[in-house]
Ligand binder design. Structure first.
Ligand code: SAM
Length: 356
């Protein structure tokens, strides 16, 4: 028996462990334990979703941001960024191109840009939903009041991604300036859930100041929130941020955490992120084999991609949407999976097929 195996079995059965056991499990990560974990997490993902990978078309529609997060390349104080905003017509064109390729979910992601008022966002949402009624629309535009979230939901948005970044107050303060708080981030997530969005939280693996203890707190918070989506990827430094000299997060630990999250919430929608694809040439495939079931290729116009740099050397900044779909399909085929033309909504758990 490999050290840590019993803890994985216990997590698999109970869906959560006490904090001290989570810490012990995270500290036990090694290639042998990875192999054991992934044999279970991969099987669970296949039971829940088959070998079909959901796709989300990511549209990075503004890189203006009023926030100054220490880790992020598009933070307010980075004067080297050439700022851009897409027009509604440009956004719709991204969706049109994506729809042709097979995307049935669009993700509007951006910095916290005050230009995009609730009214402007409602208009964009209505237009997208009007033209693509069979598609799901996900927003990822940061912290807002409950009223604003409600207005955007009523306009037709279905899902919302807002990584909690870390569930530990002191660690949160190491990553963000004082005007941002974990309490407000959590309030946003609970509001979004109460309104009826499919909600995604998540964190960067290996962010400065992260420890097995803070990671255990992340897992406990995720268990409590029970989100429909969980986004994690390695922290990657950006040279024009206060964290320029900080080491990047580890791919191995990211994959291990994807595996643990799959055990905790079998039917969660878990992307194999661009950050994983950036840190390793086969990162995207390895994420799927660890238990992820979603990919989020970029649909943004190629001429603005390079300006949406959250971290250095971001993968796929030059590819056209069609190219990246074909490339991803090839990557998925190479590991026995395929891309699905599907909204890929959160569905009730498939029961009764799991065997140890
Ligand atoms: N403004 C929105 C928000 O705060 O949720 C969405 C955009 S924000 C840039 C999206 C995510 O990028 C963040 O939640 C963060 O986890 C991730 N990110 C930012 N900088 C990063 C870095 N240096 N390395 C890896 N991920 C990063």
């Amino acid at each position: 028996m490999i050290y840590g195996q019993e803890l994985i079995d216990e997590l698999y059965q109970k869906r959560i462990l006490p904090k001290d056991k989570l810490i012990a499990l995270l500290q036990a990560q090694n290639p042998e334990l990875d192999a054991y974990l992934f044999s279970i997490s991969q099987r669970i993902a296949i039971e829940q979703f088959g070998r079909r990978i959901y796709t989300r078309g990511l549209i990075e529609f503004t890189n203006y941001c009023k926030n100054n997060c220490y880790y992020c390349g598009i933070r307010r104080d980075n004067r080297h960024v050439q700022r851009y905003r897409l027009t509604t017509e440009q956004i719709l064109n991204c969706c049109r191109q994506g729809y042709q390729l097979g995307f049935r979910t669009f993700v509007l992601q951006g910095g916290e840009d005050p230009y995009f008022t609730d009214q402007r966002m409602e208009e964009i949402i209505r237009q997208i939903k009007g033209e693509f009624p069979d598609c799901a629309l996900t927003l990822s535009i940061g912290e807002k009041s409950r009223d604003s979230y409600q207005r955007l939901f009523d306009a037709g948005a279905n899902r919302y991604l807002l990584r909690h970044e870390t569930a530990n107050d002191a660690h949160y303060a190491q990553l963000h300036p004082p005007e941002l708080s974990l309490a407000n981030r959590k309030r946003c997530l609970w509001d979004l859930k109460a309104i009826g969005y499919q909600v995604g939280c998540g964190f960067m693996v290996g962010s400065p100041g992260q420890t097995p203890e803070t990671l255990a707190e992340d897992l406990l918070f995720i268990h409590e929130l029970a989100p429909q989506m969980i986004g994690i990827g390695p922290f990657l430094h950006h040279q024009q941020t206060p964290f320029a000299q900080q080491p990047d997060g580890s791919m191995e630990l990211t994959l291990f955490l994807i595996g643990l999250l799959r055990l905790m919430i079998p039917n969660a929608l878990i992307p194999s992120t661009t950050a994983l694809a950036t840190i390793h040439p086969r990162g995207r495939e390895l994420g799927i084999l660890a238990g992820a079931n979603v990919v989020m290729p970029n649909l943004s116009p190629t001429d603005v991609r390079a300006q949406y740099t959250l971290y250095d050397n971001k993968a796929c900044t030059g590819e056209e949407a069609a190219e990246s779909w074909a490339q991803l399909q090839k990557q998925m085929h190479s590991i026995g999976y395929c891309l699905a033309v599907d909204r890929g909504d959160f569905k009730p758990e498939v029961h009764g097929t799991q065997q140890k």
